[in-house]
Write a protein of this length. Structure first.
Length: 239
């Protein structure tokens, strides 16, 4: 069991933990580990496949704070996507755009429902988890005017690769460019790349309140298969 500060929200009093099953001993051990890193509460992740976790925690003062809809695309069965609609490049071809990507990340992570207090840190802090670990060939960047001396980055999205199953990682669009179809362009490029590289399934997770992104996934053939549930509450009392 891993109990850690919440990425991007480490300044908050909760420690993050996954419970696929829970009882008094598990809760107390998670609480002990949270105290050891200076936290006073837990942010617990579970799924709708284990409702007993929620039933255990709610009477102990926990409240649901977010839900994520998990969806999957059968890449082989999906039709070939339409062209993206915006000029797209990969990070492999344009590593010089890293700073512009960071600027979009700064305003996008905190715009997620329930994540307004997110702090992604300095450029070097962020790139250690938000840029460098991801395959540059599968990291797509949408531009406003490709080839211009001042290429303006509109958004980005990457795939988390893992054999025949990959995940749509974080997709971010500049506030000034939202509503123009940038996320859809990135999604279509990801599907096309997956088809060309033998990926059989694409999986994604979207906060329940992001209805536009969920509708976008449905239009491209993704189907929901599970829900992640996030709760916050106090640590177990010390004996």
């Amino acid at each position: 069991m891993e109990v850690n500060p919440i990425p991007g929200l480490a300044h908050l009093p909760w420690a993050e933990v996954w419970f696929h099953a829970v009882d008094e001993d598990v809760w107390r051990e998670a609480s002990r580990r949270a105290r050891s890193i200076g936290k006073t509460g837990l942010e617990v992740w579970t799924t709708d496949a284990t409702p007993e976790v929620v039933s255990f925690l709610v009477p102990r003062g926990y409240e649901e704070v977010r839900r994520y809809v998990l969806s999957e695309l059968d890449v082989e069965a999906a039709p070939d996507p339409d062209p993206p609609g915006f000029p797209l490049v990969t990070l492999a071809k344009r590593p010089d755009l890293a700073r512009a990507i960071y600027e979009i990340a700064l305003e996008s992570y905190c715009d997620q429902p329930g994540r307004a207090e997110t702090r992604i840190g300095s450029f070097d802090d962020w790139r250690g988890w938000g840029l460098d670990p991801h395959e540059p060939e599968a990291f797509f960047i949408a531009l406003d005017a490709q080839g211009a001396p001042d290429d303006r980055v509109l958004g980005y999205g990457f795939l988390e690769l893992g054999g025949e199953v990959a995940k749509n990682g974080f997709t971010a669009v500049a506030r000034s460019a939202r509503g123009r179809g940038v996320a859809g362009a990135i999604k279509r490029a990801q599907i096309a790349w997956a088809k060309a590289h033998g990926i059989r399934r694409l999986q994604t997770a979207n906060e329940e309140r992001l209805t536009g992104m969920r509708a976008l996934n449905e239009r491209h053939g993704y189907w929901p298969y599970a829900t992640e549930i996030i709760l916050r509450g106090p640590l177990a009392p010390i004996d």
